[in-house]
Design a protein around this ligand. Sequence first.
Ligand code: ZN
Length: 232
Amino acid sequence: MLTKKQWLRKKRKKKYFMLFTITSLTLFILLMVLLMSVSVLKDMNITKFSLINFTRSANPIAKPEIMEMFLTPNDYSRPQTPLKKVNSIVVHYTANPKTGAEANRNYFENLRISKETSASSHFVIGLKGEIIQCIPLDEISFASNNRNEDTISIECCHPDETGKFNDSTYGSLIKLLAWLCKEYNLDRDDIIRHYDVNGKLCPLYYVEHEDAWEMLKNDVMAYIDENAAKDK
Ligand SMILES: [Zn+2]
């Protein structure tokens, strides 16, 4: 038999035990709800992220054939600085008549040894229309002075001193520009010349012939219209 005192103590103990259990259970449930909402939020973010990816990958323009011949990372031509945003695409000419895409790519590669200057380009388009990529698109190139940080660069080979691109080079340039415009959601005015960055006479022919430059941009837009429409 319990004395009244013992009985009261037992009752109090039971009360505390119940209180402890209820509090623990409540805390546990709250924790679970919190964890679940975090995971739901995470899922939502993942969905959003894949939606962005889906939109990005829905480029209506086919990627042209590109040979990846990335430069060896080095301070003179491939510093591996992240390219965080792309606001424009800059067109250049090599200023070295008759040289091909691979020769120009190798010139950039050799700068890590010769150290004579800093120069490179994301792409070089050769005289047969071949496209060589020297630098991944999430890294900057050394081509466009103070616009290296937010542009993609394309060097074009040319057969003579005038700097005019031949039909093969021109054709590949149009395709590459069209694809890049769609890839980065850029427009006609986002295609610029090195000349538009700092007044350098590059690409020479398209600085001296404003009409040819306007026509080049028109050709890119026409190519996009034609090929984006094909899918519909
Ligand atoms: Zn240039």
